[in-house]
Design a protein around this ligand. Structure first.
Ligand code: NAD
Ligand code: GLY
Length: 369
């Protein structure tokens, strides 16, 4: 382990790896020392992150690879598509990259998900490293091996489970993150409380101001605890046979918001935030939690600067539109939507719910157009 980093291990047999968390890790060549030898690397990043961090990563990797290539993708959720994915394959083939070439995902969750999918596919699988530079990617998307692109009909519908060899979370990169993106990342941190760890939830209530002020120690704790929870869940259920689905608390409603509004209009974390309020309210209506819990969760989301009211997606039949979009969710079975609900604070459960009840929740939680 690097002396200035904390490492969280994710135990997946031969696919095990470490998540290094600390400051100034990105440009420290020691961060990458344990990776197997290869002659070439491809840094996959976007037009926003490249000017900030690509050169620093390239310098850190200079001693490891004879050739280091870069591809700069267009920035944004709306570019998480086949067409953009193909730019990675174009770069790999144009540079004559072999099957030992290591892909480095330098950026947020969009870059991480697309780079991982490209790594899973290129020559039927090449190694890849996650270097997440958003809070959301550091606490969630860079860990656990879910990789994907969007389809116009559904979020993250085309993808693969494919684990990185290493995750390097450099907390200093969060200094340049826009405030709206920092808040979006906090949604995924808050998520871990109701599903697994109410002590983390209470800590967030105490430390939300410090997190918003980017206090390094507070961020380090939030990233470490989030990665520990995610590593435990993924270690127990890598391919989401059951337990792993709890990590999707708020996502069934949230993905409908993202797709329904048009990818990139609401940030992923914003959709998850409003979606968690809806899922908590559905849990309450099913008798699983009380109103005080829903109120407590709503207040914390609000304090993070995140939306607690969901958008109207269709003026004529809003609930119908939500239901239509949610039936495309990956957790749906035979057209029946399965929700991650809270079965008492700190405990998640997967359940279907009557459409009529879901409609009531949507009507209650959506802001007027
Ligand atoms: P993102 O990747 O779009 O990044 C957000 C914005 O911040 C982008 O404009 C990006 O260019 C910019 N940015 C990144 N790092 C920066 C930095 N350090 N300084 C300044 N700007 C920076 O969004 P995200 O919130 O990181 O990720 C969302 C995506 O992650 C969604 O597509 C979602 O589906 C996916 N996701 C995947 C998983 C998973 O398990 N694979 C989990 C959660 C979310
Ligand atoms: N973000 C959900 C998962 O990794 O399973």
């Amino acid at each position: 382990m690097l002396s200035h980093a904390t490492t969280v291990h994710i135990d997946l047999g031969e696919r095990s790896y470490g998540i290094a968390i600390g400051a100034a890790l990105l440009d420290d060549s020691a961060s990458y020392a344990a990776l197997p030898h290869a002659s070439a690397a491809l840094i996959v990043t976007n037009t926003t992150v490249a000017p900030l961090y690509a050169k620093r990563l390239r310098v850190a990797l200079a001693g490891r690879y004879a050739q280091i290539h870069e591809v700069h993708l267009p920035d944004g959720e709306e570019h998480k598509t086949w067409q953009t994915l193909n730019l990675i394959f174009d770069a790999l083939l144009t540079h004559g990259c072999d099957r030992k070439t290591v892909l480095y995902a330098l950026g947020g969750g969009v870059i991480g998900d697309m780079t991982g999918f490209a790594a899973a596919c290129y020559m039927r699988g090449v190694p890849f490293v996650q270097v997440p530079t958003t809070l959301l990617a550091q606490v969630d998307s860079s860990v656990g091996g879910k990789t994907a692109i969007n389809h116009p009909l559904g979020k993250n519908m085309i993808g693969a489970f494919y684990q990185p060899r290493l995750v390097v979370c450099d907390l200093a990169t969060l200094d340049t993150l826009p405030a709206r993106e920092l808040a979006a990342g906090l949604a995924e941190v808050i998520k871990y409380g109701p599903i697994a760890d109410m002590a983390l939830f209470a800590w967030l209530e105490q430390n939300m101001d410090a997190l918003l002020a980017r206090d390094r120690a507070a961020l380090a704790h939030a990233v470490k605890r989030s990665c520990e929870i995610k590593a435990a869940v993924v270690g127990a259920d890598e391919r989401e046979a059951g337990l792993r689905a709890i990590l999707n608390f708020g996502h069934t409603f949230g993905h409908a918001i993202e797709a329904g509004m048009g990818y990139g209009v609401w940030l992923h974390g914003e959709g998850v935030a409003a979606g968690m309020v809806m899922a908590a309210e559905l849990s309450r209506r099913l008798g699983l939690v009380d109103a005080a819990f829903v109120e407590r969760l709503t207040r914390l989301i609000e304090r993070a600067g995140l939306p607690t009211r969901s958008p109207v997606l269709d003026a004529a039949d809003n609930a119908g539109r939500y239901l239509e979009l949610m039936r495309v969710d990956k957790k749906a079975e035979a057209g029946e939507i399965r929700f991650v609900l809270i079965d008492g604070p700190g405990q998640a459960v997967m359940r279907a719910a009557p459409d009529a009840l879901v409609r009531e929740v949507i009507d209650q939680c959506c802001a007027a157009a």
